[in-house]
Ligand binder design. Structure first.
Ligand SMILES: Nc1ncnc2c1ncn2[C@@H]1O[C@H](COP(=O)(O)OP(=O)(O)O)[C@@H](O)[C@H]1O
Ligand SMILES: [Mg+2]
Length: 315
C-alpha cells in the first residue's frame, strides 16, 4: 500500500477504453511517467500527456517555488480531490508537485467550436451536461469561476449531454476552504467573466451562471457576446451582438447575461429547468428531465426568470 492513499473511491467510466475503479491517491513521492509529451507551461505549471501505471494521463507539474503559485496549485488539487461527478474530470492521484488526471480523448469545446458552431440540439445538450455538473459543484460549495470552452472537454469529441467534462479548478472558490488565494492576483477570461468578478468581488454561483450563458452564446454564435468585453465590463458600452439561436432560448440568454446577478437564474438547477422548457418548446427530444435532485426549489419557483411571469419563458 502506498502511504496516505484511499481518500475516496471513484467509479467512473471514461470513454469506451478506460474504466477507472479506484481511489484518489495521495502519493508522497514524485511519480515517474512514461511517454511524456509536454503540452504547455503556464504560470509555473507544466502540462503533459503521459502514461502512468499503464493509464493515459494528463499531468500538471508545479515547476516553481513561488509561494503563491504553490498555494494555487495545492488549492486546485484539494478542490479537484473533493469532487466526484461524471461531468467533472476526476483527480486520480496527487504528489507534492503533481496532479494526475485521466487523459480525456476528444479535445476541448473550444477546439470543437473552431470547426464551426454547434446546432441548437448540440449546444443545448452541451449546456445541459455542463449545468448538471455545475448543480453538483454548487451543492458542494464550490464555484468554478472560470467556465469557458477551453475548460470543458468533450469525450470522444462529440457534443452531447453525456460527453461534457469540466476541468481546471485553478480559479475556483470552495466554501469548505476558507483561504482565499485569489485576492486580486489572477483574473478569468474577460469574455466569460461576470461583471462582479471584473470589479474584484468574490463571485458567487450566479457568476458561474453568467459564464454558462456566454458559453451557450458562443456555442450558437461562434463568438462571445461582446467584441470588446473589457469595455462592456467596465460599463463603457453596451454593444452586444444579436442573440443567436432560436427565440425560445433568448429569455434564458438575456437573463444569464445580465449585468445584475439578481436578474440571472437563481441557481444552476433553475437554469437547467429553463433550458429543458426551451428545448420542449423547440420540440427537441427530451433527453433526461433533471430529477428532483437537480431542482433548485421543490415548488417550481425555479421555473421563473427574474422579471417574468411565473412559468413563462417568453420575454
Ligand atoms: N484531463 C485532460 N485530458 C486531456 N486534455 C486535458 C485534460 N485536462 C486539461 N487538458 C488540456 O490542457 C489544457 C489546459 O488545462 P487546464 O487544466 O485548463 O490548465 P490551465 O490552468 O493551463 O488552463 C486544456 O484546455 C485542455 O486542452
Ligand atoms: Mg484552463
Amino acid at each position: 500500500m502506498i502511504p496516505g492513499q484511499s481518500i475516496r473511491t471513484i467509479l467512473l467510466t471514461f470513454g469506451k477504453h478506460l474504466t477507472y475503479s479506484g481511489t484518489v491517491q495521495e502519493l508522497t513521492i514524485f511519480q515517474e511517467l512514461e511517454s511524456r509529451t509536454p503540452l504547455a507551461e503556464r504560470a509555473g505549471v507544466l502540462s503533459e500527456s503521459a502514461q502512468w501505471r499503464g493509464l493515459p494521463v494528463f499531468v500538471k507539474t508545479l515547476m516553481v517555488d513561488d509561494p503563491d503559485a504553490q498555494a494555487r496549485f495545492h488549492h486546485e488539487g484539494r478542490v479537484a480531490a473533493s469532487l466526484n461527478h461524471p461531468g467533472i474530470v476526476p483527480l486520480l492521484a496527487v504528489s507534492p508537485r503533481q496532479l494526475i488526471f485521466p487523459f480525456v480523448e476528444g479535445g476541448t469545446l473550444r477546439e470543437r467550436l473552431e470547426c464551426g458552431v454547434l446546432d441548437v440540439q448540440e449546444a443545448t445538450e452541451v449546456v445541459m451536461g455542463l449545468l448538471h455538473a455545475v448543480v453538483y459543484l454548487h451543492r458542494q460549495g464550490v464555484t468554478h469561476q472560470d467556465l469557458k470552452p477551453e475548460n470543458v472537454l468533450l469525450q470522444s469529441g462529440r457534443a452531447g449531454q453525456d460527453t461534457v467534462r469540466i476541468i481546471d479548478f485553478g480559479m475556483s472558490h470552495a466554501r469548505h476552504m476558507p483561504l482565499d488565494i485569489h485576492s486580486g492576483t489572477r483574473m478569468g477570461t474577460p469574455h466569460f467573466m461576470a461583471p462582479e468578478q471584473f470589479y474584484g468581488m468574490r463571485g458567487d454561483i450566479r457568476s458561474d451562471l453568467y459564464s454558462v450563458g456566454v458559453l451557450l452564446f458562443d456555442c450558437l454564435a461562434g463568438g462571445p457576446p461582446y467584441a470588446d468585453a473589457l469595455g462592456w465590463l467596465a460599463g463603457i458600452h453596451t454593444d452586444r451582438a444579436e442573440l443567436p439561436g432560436p427565440a425560445a432560448l433568448h429569455p434564458l440568454l438575456r437573463s444569464a447575461l445580465s449585468r445584475d446577478p439578481a436578474q440571472r437564474p437563481h441557481s444552476a438547477g433553475a437554469m437547467l429547468r429553463l433550458l429543458c422548457l426551451a428545448r420542449q418548446e423547440l420540440g427537441l427530444s427530451d433527453l433526461e428531465n433533471p430529477g428532483p435532485a437537480d431542482r433548485a426549489t421543490p415548488d417550481g419557483e425555479d421555473l421563473v426568470l427574474p422579471g417574468t411571469a411565473k412559468g413563462s419563458s417568453k420575454p
